[in-house]
Write a protein that binds this ligand. Structure first.
Ligand SMILES: [Cu+2]
Length: 117
């Protein structure tokens, strides 16, 4: 029984990776996902696994109270999306992105980062 569970889990992992390569998922970000940065960044930069359709891709950055701290329209070039930030105080920030990849698949995700003191 335990062996069956392990095999099924392994299969899902393999399929999951295949699907990830076919859509625009977040590859890496600056600030790094889940990181604490010592000084306030001036922008959030997101690198995806596939090129984006600029008109249908967006990102919002909010502070602990849910207020927007990004400067609005992101700059999208190829597989990267960047958005400027207001001057951030120390605290936790939430990044929520939506992407439409050139293969017309929509994905979204979110992560947090902290600005330290
Ligand atoms: Cu896709």
């Amino acid at each position: 029984m335990r062996t069956t569970v392990i095999v099924v889990t392994a299969l899902f992992v393999v399929l999951g990776n295949g699907a990830a390569r076919a859509h625009a998922f977040l590859d890496h970000a600056s600030p790094v996902v889940g990181s604490t940065v010592p000084t306030a960044p001036h922008e959030v930069s997101l690198a995806f696994t596939q090129n984006l359709e600029a008109a249908f891709s967006s990102v919002e950055v909010t502070d602990g109270s849910g207020a927007r701290v990004d400067l609005g329209t992101p700059q999208i070039s190829g597989s990267t999306m960047q958005v400027g930030l207001k001057s951030l105080s120390p605290g936790a920030y939430h990044v929520h992105w939506q992407a439409l990849s050139v293969d017309t698949h929509k994905t979204e995700g979110s992560f947090t980062f902290q600005v330290g003191r």
